[in-house]
Design a protein around this ligand. Structure first.
Ligand SMILES: [Zn+2]
Length: 142
């Protein structure tokens, strides 16, 4: 499955995930150009991963909201932020494992799987930053 390319810098961008080019920030064509051989089907692994991702993200949003509420309610906000970010990271790691899972017949992860893992790693870094922020908040609270 080929991804549409950014007209400016030729980076491959999945418009289902990104509204803008990862490389240069330019607008990405909303829909991929029609594939020549009519291969429009999403690989089953990704479908499954996306379904799981939806459920996990619902949970993460809930945990994240609790963490944010903790920030605004004052005491122990750092601890809550660390807890929610750590929970988020666990979820992201689980999703990476899910996305990168390849069947016994497969020779290795596809480009799309790798791209998904890279995106999830990015999200994981955000949660990592949340943990650091939590520690900073804890220090400031003392
Ligand atoms: Zn670009």
């Amino acid at each position: 499955m080929s991804l549409p390319r950014c007209p400016h810098c030729r980076s491959a961008v999945n418009p289902a995930w990104f509204a803008r080019c990862i490389g240069c920030g330019a607008d990405v064509p909303p829909a991929p150009p029609a594939p020549p051989q009519g291969r429009r089907q999403v690989p089953p692994v990704l479908k499954e991963a996306r379904r799981d991702t939806n459920g996990v993200f619902g949970l993460l949003v809930l945990v994240g909201v609790l963490g944010i509420l903790g920030i605004f309610t004052g005491a122990r906000q750092g601890v809550l932020l660390i807890l929610s970010s750590a929970t988020g990271m666990v979820g992201v790691v689980a999703m990476i494992a899910k996305v990168m899972h390849v069947g016994p017949r497969s020779t290795g992860p596809s480009c799309l799987q790798l791209a998904g893992a890279v995106v999830l790693c990015g999200i994981g870094l955000l949660f990592g930053a949340g943990i650091l922020l939590g520690f900073v908040c804890s220090k400031l609270g003392d």
